[in-house]
Design a protein around this ligand. Sequence first.
Ligand code: FES
Length: 65
Amino acid sequence: MYVCLCKAIPKSEIDTLIQDGAQTSEDIETKCGAGGDCGSCRHRLDKIIQEASEASSVQISKDSI
Ligand code: FES
């Protein structure tokens, strides 16, 4: 499934960029160009980043119990 249609960037690539340290949609744009054309995928990028951040927080919480 493509997140960014303009650049043909799949969600798997976005997930990899987040795992490698991308924290904002601007980081993702810098690394692969997603969000830098029409911009209509920016909201989706922000949501994926937020969900990854929340999942990471839950994992940290579980690890500290
Ligand atoms: S769909 Fe991502 S920049 Fe257009």
